[in-house]
Unconditional design. Sequence first.
Length: 255
Amino acid sequence: MKKRLLSLLCVLVLTVSVIPAASALEGEAARAADTLSTLGLIDSTYNLPAPATRAQAAVLLVHLAGAEQAAAADNWLAGFRDVPAGHWAADAISQCVTQGWFQGKSADTFGVGQPMTRAGFAVALSRFFGWQSGETYYRIFSDVPQGAWYEPALRACYEHGAVTRQTGDFRPGDPITREELAVMLIRALGYGPIAGLAEDDPLPFRDVTTNKGHIAMAYELGLVSGMGNDLFVPDRYATREQAAVMLSRLYPIIF
C-alpha cells in the first residue's frame, strides 16, 4: 500500500509542479488526485491545475504517513505493535487493556515476553477486583516505601488477603513466578485458608513440590495450565501475557 500511495503522490506532485500544463499527463494527474481524495489525503478544495507548493507536498506526505500508520494499526490488537491479531494471548490482552486492568509498557507496546513484576501484578489484581485501600499509609514491607506507585494497590491486596507478610520484604521489582502468581490468585479468591485441604489432590505436573494445594485449586478452576511434558515449571517467571490470560480466565468465574 505504501509504494502505491507514494507512486500516486509523486505523480501528483511532479505533474502539477514541474509541468502542470502538459496535456499528456493531465488525465493521469486527475486520476491520481481522485485516488488521493478517496483515500482522504486531499479534499475538494485542492486546486489541481495550480502549481503545488512545498508546503502542500509536505502536508500530503504527513497525511500519507498517517494513512500508513492507520493501515498498520489494523493488524495490531489494542494498538500494540507486539500483539498481532493472531497472537495466542491477543483476546486476553485486549480484554485486560479494555477493562483497565493492564496498561502497555509504552503507547504502542504491550511488552509481550517481558516478565510480570510482583508489584505490577499486585496493581493489576487490585484493579481487577476493584479493591481500594485507605488513605492512611502504614508500612507492611521494609522494601515498599511510602509514595511508591504500586504501594496503595499492594496495601489493598494485603488487606484482602491476596498478599501475606511471611517475610519482612516483598521484592516488588522481582519477576513473579508462575507458582507465586497461582498462589496470589487463590488467596485473592479467599481460598487460601482451605488450600491446604487440596495438598493431596492429583496434579498432572511432576515438578510441583510446594504450594501444591494452591496450584491444584488454580488448575481445577482452569486458571493455570502446564508447559508440556507434565511440567508446570513453578519457578519460571510469568510473562505479562500469561498474567493477562490468567485474569481473563478468572473473569467469568467471578463476574
